[in-house]
Design a protein around this ligand. Sequence first.
Ligand SMILES: C[S@@+](CC[C@H](N)C(=O)[O-])C[C@H]1O[C@@H](n2cnc3c(N)ncnc32)[C@H](O)[C@@H]1O
Length: 484
Amino acid sequence: MTSRGIELLWPGKKDGSELSGGSREALVTVERHGDAASENLLIHGDNLLAMQALVPTHEGAIDLVTIDPPFATNLRYFAQARVGNGELEREAYRDPGGHGMADYLSAMQPRLRLMQRLLAPEGKLFLHCDWRANALLRLLLDEIFGAECFRNEIVWRRAPNLGRQAASRQLGRVVDTIFVYSKRPGSLFRGEPPLKTTAYALDRNGDPKGARWDELAQAYFTTAPRGDYTDKSIAELRAKNRVYDSGAGKVYIKYFLRQDDAGRWVKDQPVDTLWDDYDVRPLRHRPKAEEMGYDTQKPEGLLERIIGWATKPGDLVADFYAGSGTALSVAQKMGRRWLGSDVGRPAIDIIRRRLLTSPVPCSFALATVGAVRPEPAGAATVEVTLHREATGLRIELTRVSGAPELRQQTPALAWADAIESWMVDWHAEAVFAPSFVAHRDASGTVPQTTPTRPSGAHGRRAKVVVHTVYGETAERVIELESTL
Ligand SMILES: C[S@@+](CC[C@H](N)C(=O)[O-])C[C@H]1O[C@@H](n2cnc3c(N)ncnc32)[C@H](O)[C@@H]1O
């Protein structure tokens, strides 16, 4: 028993503090995109090693950790990629649960300790899970953060109650749990309290049903009884044009509607812990453009609400189980700094594509920690042709060959169809900093040549890096000066 009195025990439980200390393995920066001064960092590797490596530089510095770790399903999850004329599915990750929860808890415990350590004094943790592990994780979080730091248990509707769910032998399991803890009890949420937006049905005149027009505010409003508002509060609300006096002499509170960007009359209401509204609707009901082909991807609306509530612009947001990079992409769009990690190569490939093809410019470094390369070094090779033109240089890919052992399980593809992305750094120096990046597009194709690089706008050598859909990396350094 700990001094807190109640403790979750499981076979093989250790203190966890022996793993939540500082750096063991160093971060190795392998790629840099955009502004070299950017602190945004994506780490490819086990998040235990990633967080240990961050302790010396980031202890007490992260404003929000938002994680969506494996749920203990014991299932395999996939990433889908459009390649050539078809679709390729590769394993994204295996969810480790299922063989008893002891191993799952032993993995979560030191990681949650590290997150608690990395959080700033006002920092918040949002942990997304479901019915499989939520009871256990709640107790573990109480132990690590202290029960007094529990803030909310949010219930998010992940899916409609349809199909197999609805027909199962118990009620449809259609909600997930998001636990919210703060590093210190009672600390304020740094952002804006979340509001949910509900569109109003219109009557046959095109006015919002049951709403009245307010000349002064030039807006529609609905009303609710005064409830337990004191006379003093009513006077304050009256001064703000928030009180409606009925003909029968009763006092009501006015709730104004507003017109959204689409011209709909909508009502903004404070959010409680039941999140089932339009703004956080499941991914399948959101625009197709948001889908990255990654099983277990979460909708951006959900992360917008979390990040907008827990942080201010400029704050530091971390997701150590980044998956397709939803939290990182939203943090970027909302003007926050970010840190992310994932152990899976498909996740890293998708995050790179998501961030670099977003209309919002993004600068970040990619680092590795521990042993992450799935193929033996040098197993994949790339051949190129350097074209000298009147206005400059151009690099064309002519062949990529891969590691046969990685390709056994998957359909054989033409070499050009197997390219996930390729990049060129025209000034190859210590850290690979490509100015040309090409990704497989929605039709599954990648351009095979760079634009012409003006003479003089390159260094002595260029470096080409190719990632394939099989998870291989092929690299080639090209001497430029000797060929001029
Ligand atoms: C449920 S998914 C996250 C999905 C993400 N929220 C999104 O919107 O795409 C969990 C992710 O955790 C990663 N993961 C599992 N164990 C990890 C570990 N020890 N270190 C880093 N990443 C890990 C998996 O590769 C997977 O991408």
